[in-house]
Design a protein around this ligand. Structure first.
Ligand SMILES: Nc1ncnc2c1ncn2[C@@H]1O[C@H](COP(=O)(O)OP(=O)(O)OP(=O)(O)O)[C@@H](O)[C@H]1O
Ligand SMILES: [Mg+2]
Length: 449
């Protein structure tokens, strides 16, 4: 009956026979394995099978130092992990060097951070360990390292994607934090070497605080953003990766402020080339070679510091120290030559108060990529200044009157900014500005009579 109801069910005796033959086979394989494969290989093979059978954790130690050298992977991971710190963290460390403006938040020892990348869960832990040997100066050095733990089967993703991703991210974060620097470039009087003086570019000017035509402002920002993204394009067309801007306009309209805003926006260093102080071609070359990638080379007031192309250099007997020594095309060719061999992401900016005095060579298409007119203040620009200095973000009852006064007279952003700074009280400051603008109008009318 039972066999009829479950026709496939094996009988007890057939099961026993099958078991006997399977175990005989296993015994046979095992004996063969033990006899034919040397002991060391046997262990390896067993470990290999275990390894594939059961996944286990792999721990990578990323040490702070590689011998005496800093380990870039450690630094990058620290920077990256600072962005992963969250409210679950219980203990953190804070550091700040003399030069840094920001504080750095880091993991405290043994604190864990869990991250996940392409579906792989990883755990980070900061650790340190007292070294056994004393260093030369008698200190017991500490070995610091980050511990990265993950499923050992995912080593490929970690090594080929996650760690490179962290290096890239850290680079981006470092650029964000970096203060743009200002370098003054000139020849040194007493010696053959060029001279570079460096300070942090502490100029607060940004595109947000810059009073100028909104449309033009956006055009400039878009142009800069496009420029920095086009590495591949410049490589493909075989051109040096550089861009040139000519800023022109009367004093106090924000040419230097625009340069600072560009530097702050891109986090580029500024190299201020004081051409008047450069003796000759060879010191110019030394100086230009001091400039770094991701930088803005600035030559201010070129109508005064550059010779027109057609004029021959004056003979040494009649030349004065302050005479311009370089022609524009000479200078541009020179810089092009140096940058095409060893320059990336370079911007060059010329400024002038008198565009009409410039050599036509500079104005020819292709010489400078963008000509930017920094003009007298418009109402649009005034509103930016009112927001910056007085925190006025909407309309104000005095704006109509001010609009008329600004329109009828040429007034620079610098003049208006100075008036607005005179009081924190909105009414007092605007009253002062109106008085100033009226005085200016009366004076100008007198002058023109
Ligand atoms: N467009 C502007 N937006 C905001 N502030 C401005 C602007 N223009 C001038 N200022 C204010 O006036 C000061 C002087 O301006 P800035 O040095 O940028 O003018 P400039 O055009 O470079 O003048 P110069 O031709 O004399 O070099 C700035 O520090 C800033 O406070
Ligand atoms: Mg200036």
């Amino acid at each position: 009956m039972a066999t009829r109801m479950f026709p496939e069910m094996p009988t007890a005796s057939s099961l026993l026979t099958a078991y006997a033959s399977v175990s005989a086979f296993v015994m046979l394989v095992r004996t063969m394995f033990e006899q034919l494969v040397p002991l060391r290989l046997q262990n390896n093979a067993i470990n290999l099978v275990k390894h594939y059978w059961k996944s286990s954790e792999l721990i990578i130690d990323i040490e702070e130092k590689d011998g005496y050298n800093p380990n870039e992977m450690f630094n990058a991971a620290e920077v990256f992990l600072a962005t992963k710190i969250n409210q679950d963290s219980k203990r953190l460390r804070i550091t700040k060097s003399l030069k840094e403006k920001h504080i750095n938040i880091k993991l405290a020892e043994s604190e864990e951070i869990v991250d996940s990348f392409e579906g792989v869960k990883v755990t980070w832990k900061y650790r340190s360990q007292q070294q056994k040997q004393l260093s030369a100066n008698g200190f017991v050095p500490e070995k610091k390292y980050l511990e990265l733990k993950f499923d050992n089967k995912k080593i490929g993703i970690i090594k080929d994607s996650y760690l490179p991703f962290i290096i890239e991210k850290a680079e981006e974060i470092k650029i964000q934090k970096k203060a743009a620097q200002l370098h003054n470039l000139r020849s040194q009087e007493s010696g053959p070497f060029s001279y570079k003086q460096t300070v942090d570019l502490n100029h607060p000017s940004t595109f947000e605080t810059l009073a100028m035509d909104q449309k033009l402002k956006k055009e400039i920002m878009d142009d800069l953003d496009r420029f920095v993204k086009r590495k591949d394009y410049y490589e493909r067309v075989g051109k040096a990766w550089k861009r040139g801007y000519l800023l022109y306009g009367p004093p106090g309209t924000g040419k230097s402020s625009l340069i600072a805003a560009m530097a702050n926006h891109l986090k580029f260093d500024v190299f201020d080339l004081q051409l008047m102080n450069v003796k000759d071609d060879s010191s110019l070359k030394d100086i230009i070679l001091e400039t770094s990638n991701r930088s803005i080379l600035v030559i201010e007031d070129i109508d005064c510091s550059i010779m027109p192309d057609r004029k021959e250099p004056s003979s040494s007997s009649e030349s004065r120290r302050d005479d311009p020594k370089f022609t524009l095309s000479g200078l541009l060719n020179f810089i092009d030559g140096l940058w095409s061999c060893c320059g990336d992401e370079r911007i060059i900016v010329f400024t002038t108060n008198h565009k009409e005095r410039l050599d036509p060579a500079l104005l020819r298409p292709g010489r400078m990529d963008m000509h930017i007119n920094m003009s007298y203040l418009t109402m649009d620009g005034f509103k930016t200044l009112a927001a910056n200095y007085l925190n006025i973000h909407d309309d104000h009852r005095r704006f109509r009157e001010i609009k008329q006064l600004i329109k009828s007279k040429k007034v620079t952003p610098a003049e208006v900014a100075e008036e607005l700074m005179k009081s924190d009280n909105v009414e007092v400051a605007l009253e002062g500005l109106v008085k100033f603008l009226k005085r200016k109008r009366a004076r100008d009318d007198e002058d023109s009579e």
